[in-house]
Design a protein. Structure first.
Length: 255
């Protein structure tokens, strides 16, 4: 699923490294600067230093609690730290400060989804689409939430719309293929998952669910090949590990 953080103009890792040094110096000179704390948090977040980013965003919020961008970024960082409920609280505060803040609303939907609050997540994603009806990522996010709730037909519609808007979206094709597989539309599922494999770097997830669809068609050898490839890409991918013994057992029965 796709998220959004307030973009401050850093475009590459070299600039991030330089920006981190500058902002660390700024914080050292004036630790009570919400601007410096927030910008340092952003740079650290972009570099994947989530715990440090949370610390600086939190300090910025203490200094200046009325900044919607900082609360959005803190909420996103908390979500990525596995603290969805804390993230939800910050994202709700961001929306109180700025009710039309679409990125914060999208991130709130992601946090609610992560926390298992599917109905609320779906409501938030639908509100985002009211503001940005042609946003492919939000259609994909809404489709994922609907699918998890069991509304597979509605989910498929949003996955297809995401692909129409962004034909190169591997995630949307993966999710569409999985949803079609769950509906028993195996040929269509195989087509979508096969297309996803041709786009960008192959994922263990794609190979695994393609294997599942092929196995349902009785194509056990092909299915095993895809599971083996999934495990080559990610030896710890749970769905591939769980399905591999089952398919090998089926192959033994068929021989």
């Amino acid at each position: 699923m796709a998220a959004a953080i307030a973009w401050l103009g850093y475009k590459n890792m070299d600039r991030l490294h330089r920006s981190e040094a500058v902002m660390r110096f700024a914080v050292k000179i004036n630790p009570r600067s919400a601007y410096a704390q927030s910008h340092l948090g952003y740079v650290l977040l972009k570099k994947g230093k989530i715990a440090d980013a949370v610390r600086h965003f939190t300090e910025a919020v203490k200094i200046k609690p009325d900044q919607a961008d900082t609360r959005n970024n803190l909420g996103f960082a908390l979500l990525n730290q596995g603290r969805a409920l804390d993230g939800i609280l910050q994202l709700r505060e961001a929306l109180k400060l700025k009710p039309d803040y679409v990125d914060a609303r999208n991130n709130l939907g992601l946090a609610l989804y992560s926390h298992g609050d599917l109905d609320e997540a779906i409501d938030e994603f639908r509100k985002v689409l009211m503001a940005k009806p042609n946003d492919a990522q939000t259609h994909g996010n809404l489709g994922a939430a609907l699918s998890k709730r069991g509304d597979v037909d509605l989910a498929i519609g949003h996955f297809r719309e995401a692909i129409r808007l962004e034909p190169g979206s591997v995630e949307a094709r993966n999710n569409l293929g999985i949803a079609l597989n769950n509906q028993g539309k195996l040929a269509d599922a195989i087509t979508e998952l096969g297309a996803a494999l041709q786009m960008g770097k192959p994922q263990a997830k794609t190979h695994t669910y393609l294997a599942v669809a092929l196995a349902k068609q009785g194509k056990i050898d092909e299915a095993i090949e895809h599971l083996q490839e999934a495990l080559r890409i990610d030896p710890d991918y749970p769905d591939a590990r769980n399905n591999s013994p089952v398919l090998l057992k089926l192959k033994g029965r068929n021989e």
